[in-house]
Design a protein around this ligand. Sequence first.
Ligand SMILES: Cc1cc2nc3c(=O)[nH]c(=O)nc-3n(C[C@H](O)[C@H](O)[C@H](O)COP(=O)(O)O)c2cc1C
Length: 218
Amino acid sequence: MYGQVEFDLFDAIYTTRSMRRLKPDPVAPELIVKVIEAATMGPSGSNRQPWIFVVVREASTKAFVAERYRKAWEVYFTPRARELVANASDSPQGRILRSARYLAEHISDVPVMIFCCVKKYKDPARRGQPMQNAMFPAIQNLCLAARAYGLGTSITGLHQAYAKEIDELLGVPAEYANLALIPLGYPKGRWARPERKPALQVTCWEKWGNRASAIPES
Ligand SMILES: Cc1cc2nc3c(=O)[nH]c(=O)nc-3n(C[C@H](O)[C@H](O)[C@H](O)COP(=O)(O)O)c2cc1C
């Protein structure tokens, strides 16, 4: 039923940005599983697949997380950031902050929270560090697959300030890190191309610093 989505890959890539304003409408469990399945298609070192996705729809759990997310936001939203929103809210930075503030204020109302948990290393050199490089390809796949179903996502990390309490409530064991919280739902806003630097500006040819003002002939 939900398997057949015709969606151009580049359309998905070029219109997947943080969608922080979400409708409270529920998301079908089939779709939640589909986007998680797409996430699991992502690569990981030695194909360890060191991930577990915790899906939360319960209002009381969302409220618990929201309270902590908001507290972490209050710390992140420094006086300087507040000034920026007040005086230049239409600048790129101001837009991000306004949108992030909206999410912080409304995160309890999102229909689904997906907590992306990743195993921690066990070897002596890296013991206890999360295998986060192993999970971000999966997380981006999740966001792209959600886009194909018309579902908005944003990758967030502010909950980590209260990871201990949140993990205790969710039952996340100590050998996993709660890497990202992805609010998932139908967006209120419109899809648009993310604001990014031009590719040529961030590309060096053969050596660091060798930028081209146009695509080289060959
Ligand atoms: C690792 C990571 C952590 C992030 N944490 C947060 C967060 O806690 N709250 C939030 O609102 N956005 C968060 N973001 C979203 C970024 O702010 C956003 O992707 C960036 O501003 C670019 O905007 P765009 O996704 O709309 O293109 C995070 C993104 C990444 C990749």
